[in-house]
Design a protein around this ligand. Structure first.
Ligand code: ATP
Length: 306
């Protein structure tokens, strides 16, 4: 057994080291603005953000030509508005955020910000204008203050703490043995999905971009955490053009418009109440999710009574 367990332990260690190295490389690419496939067009200009309005016009996209993901998607996010994209798993919701950030180029149609096609501007200026709160934030093996300050390296400790407050992660940080100096990441404290997402929100608050993409975590969060994240998001999305990629429906109720994607096309669009009235796909998704939440709450109650 000894013979077996030692190599396994070593493998586990190597695996976690490699995983962290990959995570850091990913962030390094982000830092250096390097990208394997996408390059700046010759003579690309800086993106000039006037109000931060986003426009998708008849966008067609496939990762693999044999399997189209988006088949003519058009929508506008007026400056300062919040639009939520919902739809079944695999419908192409996160793909929309990747096209806006220009991780990939559209095959037909266009994605533009304040009238400038994202393919004509420098990636550096594009990505400086967009704050991305991803599904799963990877934290550096560094202090929690460092991880928040990454949004704006010149930020003071006071700025960092103010951003943490707005992101509703300050109570959690104060509960840590070394507060803002606590080490996090693979080799430090492990944060829950909800805590990591709030660190990412604090980072984005410091970056203060005119455009915000929130790719919501797929994993279920408890109601309390969800409410805290919701409050943090309401703060950060105020007066910013916001695109929410919603995997749960609770965050979309207040969106200015909800876009329901299905089979690569927009199947329904409108505000929450309008879509419920239509009694279509959105209404069915909503009812299913509500039932699931009710069952979950019932089970929690039963377990608590045991
Ligand atoms: P979910 O709610 O499950 O996260 P989604 O609607 O956000 O789903 P996307 O992540 O946009 O879905 O993916 C849309 C489709 O594209 C999926 O079928 C997925 O398997 C495929 N896909 C995503 N990323 C890639 C990639 N890098 N290469 C090839 N196919 C991909």
């Amino acid at each position: 057994l000894m013979q077996l367990s030692l190599p396994l332990g070593v493998i586990g260690f190597v695996y976690s080291e490699v995983r962290q190295a990959l995570a850091n490389i990913e962030q390094m690419f982000d830092l250096l603005d390097m990208d394997a496939e996408i390059e700046d067009a010759p003579g690309a200009k800086e993106l000039m953000v006037a109000s931060g309005a986003i426009s998708f016009k008849d966008v067609h996209f496939a990762y693999d030509k044999a399997r189209p993901i988006l088949k003519g998607v058009s929508f506008d996010v007026p400056a300062g508005h919040t639009i939520a994209v919902v739809g079944p798993s695999g419908a192409g919701k996160s793909t929309i955020s990747r096209l806006l950030y220009r991780f990939y180029d559209v095959q037909a149609g266009s994605v533009s910000i304040d009238g400038q096609d994202v393919r004509t501007v420098t990636q550096k200026s594009l990505r400086a204008a967009i704050g991305m709160v991803p599904q799963d934030t990877v934290l550096f093996n560094e202090t929690i203050a460092y991880n928040i300050r990454y949004g704006r390296p010149s930020a003071t400790q006071e700025d960092v703490e103010r951003a943490a407050e707005i992101a509703q992660v300050d109570h959690f940080i104060h509960s840590l043995p070394e507060g803002y100096k606590s080490m996090v990441g693979e080799r430090g404290l492990k944060l829950s999905g909800g805590e990591k997402q709030r660190v990412a929100i604090a980072r984005t608050i410091l970056k203060s971009p005119p455009i915000l993409i929130l790719d919501e975590a797929t994993s279920a969060l408890d109601t309390h955490t969800e409410q805290e994240i919701q409050a943090a998001l309401d703060e950060v999305s105020k007066n910013r053009t916001t695109l929410i990629i919603a995997h749960r429906l609770s965050t979309v109720i207040n969106a200015d418009e909800i876009i329901v994607l299905k089979d690569g096309r927009i199947a329904e669009r409108g505000r929450h109440a309008e879509l419920l009235d239509q009694n279509g796909l959105y209404a069915r998704m909503w009812n299913r999710q509500r039932e699931a939440t009710e069952v979950e709450e019932h089970l929690t109650k039963v377990r608590a009574e045991d």
